[in-house]
Design a protein around this ligand. Structure first.
Ligand code: ADP
Ligand code: MN
Length: 192
């Protein structure tokens, strides 16, 4: 009884709700840079034990948007609805979040932010085979040329948790997935 009381009074860092037991990772980058491929490979490894959250899919499935944007040919994401939907999962930890934007998520959610980057001509071919054309194709290529996602990450998260990595080839994918697995293995809980 006494030891139980003591445990209640002094629960230790692991019982603190602000301490995540599992890390949250954000994988961001221009569409076509390989976010979903990278996240799927990482989440497929049971020893890593991360939940892949594809924000674009979630927005469609749960209607977390304010309609369709004709100019950019995509859903107009409702940031509040998305963040409300994700809050509990992110507090729990153990997520790998896959999205081509990152400035509206709470900064405290992420322990590691990885920005995927791809050579323009390679990205161009990937977007063409995905059926992108005209303004949408051009916007995405410019997004990559001007490193928009890296800038957005730098404006939204601490420099020391951001890593930009190349994603041109299959070898790059393997190297990035292995780096992420190693990072997850070495991660330890600490006060947020
Ligand atoms: P994103 O989720 O960032 O839009 P995807 O993971 O869907 O990108 O990848 C888009 C396409 O490009 C897919 O066909 C995928 O197989 C291919 N791809 C992505 N990254 C690489 C890479 N590093 N090497 C070779 N192919 C890749
Ligand atoms: Mn994707």
């Amino acid at each position: 009884m006494e030891s139980g009381e003591q445990a209640e009074n002094n629960p230790g860092p692991m019982a603190d709700s602000r301490v995540r037991r599992r890390p949250n990772i954000l994988i961001t980058g221009t569409p076509g840079t390989g976010k979903t491929t990278t996240c799927s490979l990482l989440a497929d490894d049971p020893s890593v034990n991360l939940r892949h959250i594809n924000v674009g899919d979630l927005v469609k499935q749960k209607n977390l948007h304010d309609g369709w944007d004709d100019e950019y040919e995509c859903y107009i994401l409702n940031e509040d609805l998305v963040n409300d939907e994700l809050e509990n999962l992110m507090e729990e930890g153990g997520n790998i979040v896959d999205y081509h934007s990152c400035d509206f998520f709470p900064q405290r959610w992420f322990d590691f932010v990885v920005v995927l980057q791809t050579d323009n001509s390679i990205l161009y071919d990937r977007l063409i085979s995905r059926g992108y054309m005209g303004q949408k194709l051009q916007n995405n290529i410019e997004c990559e040329i001007f490193q928009v996602l890296l800038e957005e990450a730098r404006e939204s998260y601490a420099e020391n948790i951001i890593m930009a990595v190349q994603s041109d080839t299959i070898d790059d994918i393997s190297r990035n997935v292995n780096m992420l697995k190693e990072w997850v293995r070495n991660w330890r809980p600490r006060n947020q």
